[in-house]
Design a protein around this ligand. Structure first.
Ligand code: ZN
Ligand code: ZN
Length: 496
């Protein structure tokens, strides 16, 4: 799209004209003053409040959008801006030259730079306006009783819950570092309740769609009369304006200064490069004065350092709800297991470990760093028990296999890191074969170890890292677990 500038307003042009510009070229975007008598569309208000959308995202004609702009209700922002001579994507924050490309654009009739990093949310180029809302926010009516949840928090959860409430009121940043199985969702409930009661808009964001799907019914149950928008790729709630939003971090790219509090769950679940754009999205989705709560079991090294140095405000929940310590990983050297697998064998101690579980009937998860090696191991193990299965990210039967494991139809499940987090089986042991592989970072290993001993009836579980040479990541993972247990004992959160 191109714009002409007339009477201090931008006027969209459908075709190339010499006196029109791409939005990126316009030095200052003029914003007409709000006309209080303008009969604005409630539907556009719902769709656009707190958002930054492309024209293609909005199911309304351009004329209607333009009349809202001319009356001050809609804003146009640059999709791409230049910092000096370098382009920056205003939606995802991309400044990396390599992640921009150029194409001959039919919308502006010129060669047009576009951002490759956020292209999955629709193309942002030099002629793309980001469309937002400048009118009043939609009205929210609150029910008499906001929260229906009346469960009890553990002592550790209570401390964190109070901090979350405080951070939301004081519009602060706060990290909740909760061990796997501490019950971090409940820790948010009091904070969400007070925020909603004060007519604040709140968002829980997480990198993974699975988590959005799992959290949505839990939050709807805890806040039954509050409208909840559940956002992920292909979700039908996309245009729903709600006081409580649960979204994948990707979906946050469509928000702009929307939320009084953003709760970012599992920030560490993706590699840093991806994380960077998602963090940008989270920051942009916040109102300029707002709270930000980070929730994780495994903060990255930089954050851990900042916590230790007193540079980051945080609370730990070092113990699980059931007051038993976290299982501490054992290290077991297994020689060149890859070479042995190529020859159709498994290391003797790995085989022994697996046979012990099959004989005693204890279920187990066995992690492998790569699919081909896991697939080499599968037929060998099926000779011991034909019900053994293997899963990985692209496995079309992934859900069914996890379900079968839950139903105890599968005694042993081989897996890649896809099951490192999110899944809970009540009574399992866990092994990693090839724990020295680079894919097994400190955070991945802590998460994997965190699969064991989660249920109060089975609080113990064996965690064994089989390796061909110990790595720093293995040592750091074990240290983190030991430190948390120690802190849990010290604070009286673990029974010994
Ligand atoms: Zn971008
Ligand atoms: Zn263009």
């Amino acid at each position: 799209m191109r714009f002409q500038i007339k009477d201090e307003k931008l006027i969209p042009q459908r075709f190339f004209t010499e006196d029109s510009y791409r939005i990126t070229q316009i030095p200052e975007i003029l914003q007409p003053p709000l006309n209080p008598d303008f009969p604005y569309s409630r539907e556009l208000q719902q769709i656009l409040a707190g958002k930054q959308l492309l024209l293609d995202d909005i199911p309304h004609p351009l004329d209607e959008i333009q009349s809202h702009y001319e009356n001050g209700y809609i804003t146009y922002r640059k999709g791409i801006d230049y910092i000096g001579k370098k382009p920056m994507c205003m939606r995802c924050g991309n400044k990396d030259q390599q992640l921009f490309a150029i194409f001959h654009c039919s919308r502006c009739g010129e060669n047009c730079f576009y951002c490759r990093r956020c292209i999955m949310m629709g193309r942002i180029s030099e002629c793309t306006p980001l469309i937002g809302w400048n009118g009043p926010a939609p009205n929210i009516t609150l029910p008499q009783k906001i929260m229906a949840w009346n469960g009890k928090l553990s002592e550790g959860q209570q401390v964190a819950s109070d901090k979350v409430v405080e951070a939301i009121w004081q519009k602060k940043e706060w990290l909740v570092w909760a061990v796997c199985g501490a019950g971090k969702t409940e820790v948010l409930f009091a904070g969400i309740e007070t925020a909603l009661a004060a007519y604040k808009r709140i968002c829980i964001a997480t990198p993974r769609t699975d988590v959005v799907l799992e959290l949505t019914p839990r939050l709807k149950e805890a806040f039954p009369e509050i409208r909840v928008a559940s956002l992920y790729g292909g979700s039908t709630d996309r245009h729903l304006y709600a006081p409580l939003t649960i979204a994948t971090t990707h979906q946050l790219l469509r928000f702009y200064q929307a939320f009084d509090a953003v709760i970012l769950d599992e920030v560490d679940a993706f590699p840093y490069t991806v994380e960077e754009s998602l963090q940008h999205a989270a920051i942009q989705a916040r109102k300029p004065s707002s709270a930000m709560i980070y929730l994780t079991a495994t903060p990255n090294e930089k954050w851990q350092r900042e916590c230790r140095a007193g540079k980051r405000s945080f609370t730990t929940i070092p113990a699980r709800f059931h007051r038993h310590p976290l299982p501490i990983p054992e290290f077991a050297w297994c020689g060149n297991w890859q070479k042995q697998l190529q020859k159709g064998r498994l290391p003797a101690n790995v085989l022994r470990w697996i046979k012990d579980r099959l004989e005693s009937g204890k279920q187990a998860l066995v992690f492998f760093p790569h699919i081909p090696l896991m697939e080499k191991a599968l037929p060998l193990l099926r000779k011991l028990d034909s019900r053994i299965e293997a899963v990985h990210a692209e496995d079309p039967e992934r859900k069914e296999k996890v379900q079968k494991m839950r139903a105890k139809e599968v005694p042993l499940l081989l897996t890649t890191t896809i099951l490192e987090r999110g899944v809970t089986f009540p009574n399992i042991d866990v092994a990693v074969v090839g724990a020295e592989d680079l894919i097994f970072t400190e955070s991945a290993l802590v998460q994997i170890a965190g699969r064991a001993g989660r249920n109060k009836d089975y609080p113990d579980g064996v965690v064994t890292f089989f390796h061909f040479g110990k790595t720093d990541e293995m040592l750091k993972a074990r240290k983190q677990i030991v430190t948390m247990n120690r802190e849990g004992v010290k604070r009286g959160l673990i029974d010994i």
